[in-house]
Write a protein that binds this ligand. Structure first.
Ligand code: KIV
Ligand code: NA
Length: 264
């Protein structure tokens, strides 16, 4: 795999080639993922749950993400590395610029922020200054206490329309990738078709341009339960490299996610 850039992902979208991505938090897994050809690695604030053992992502700090971004960067040669901006680290434009700088200097190629229209100004400010941004709509886990739980989003027609509108506003502001999480498959398809940038889904059906999984879910080792939208690829293959290759291949063939992994 040659160096992965946003332009390469855009070409894949245009060619209708579906791509996989996965979270990574350390150099060893990042190297393994990179070796088997995983184009995108996300240093996710899901680390609050899968690494730190919390019930949500809110306790994660910029220092935590920067540390793990340095670890992932050390292991990943060609994968595009996205670093999550954690809870309240992008509440104001000034904070956003300061904290995104720390994550880029830790080795990220792009930062990811959760939310819609309210982020337009920050997204434009980052992009204008040379920091590429990935958006995140739908079930945005940093807002779990506003949602009243980890619940599927965008089911009501007005909420679905609003999400499409916010996706377009973020794209106009400069985001170069968008993650959509736990939304009905038809809404994810609509957003993917409405946007010119690649859209990556998790619990969002098989019509998005890319898929993402939390690595612990893909290996079936998450504490508690495996989400409906995830799959234990290790159980089928018995080997971590083969598991990740199977995930990449099944996304490309559009056999993952299957009907049982999506919300209608
Ligand atoms: O933190 C994370 O792992 C994420 C993905 C689930 C998209 O944001
Ligand atoms: Na996240």
């Amino acid at each position: 795999m040659s160096k992965v850039t946003v332009s390469k992902l855009l070409k894949m979208k245009e060619a209708g080639q579906k791509f996989a991505s996965i979270t990574a938090y350390d150099a060893s897994f990042a190297a393994l993922f990179d070796e088997v050809g995983m184009p995108v690695l996300l240093v996710g604030d899901s680390m609050g749950m899968v690494l730190q053992g919390h019930n949500d992502t809110l306790p994660v700090t910029v220092t935590d993400i920067a540390y793990h971004t340095r670890c992932v960067r050390a292991g990943a040669t060609n994968s595009l590395v996205i670093a999550d901006m954690p809870f309240m680290s992008y509440a104001t434009k000034e904070q956003t610029l300061t904290n995104a700088t720390i994550l880029m200097q830790a080795g990220a190629n792009m930062v990811k922020v959760e939310g819609g229209e309210w982020l337009v100004e920050s997204v434009a400010a980052l992009t204008e200054r040379g920091i590429p941004v990935c958006g995140h709509l739908g079930l945005t886990p940093q807002s779990v206490h506003v949602f009243g739980g980890f619940k599927i989003q965008g089911r009501a027609p007005d909420k679905a329309d609003e999400m499409v509108e916010h996706a377009l506003l973020l794209q106009a502001a400069g985001i170069q990738l968008l993650v959509v999480e736990c939304i009905p498959a038809p809404l994810a398809k609509r957003i993917t078709e409405a946007l010119t940038i690649p859209v990556i889904g998790i619990g969002a059906g098989r019509d998005t341009d890319g898929q993402i999984l939390v690595m612990h879910d893909a290996f079936g080792i998450s504490k508690g339960f495996i989400p409906k939208f995830s799959k234990n690829f290790l159980a089928e293959t018995g080997d971590m490299r083969k598991a990740i290759s199977a995930y990449i291949d099944e996304v490309a063939a559009q056999t993952f996610p299957a009907d049982e992994h999506m919300f209608s």
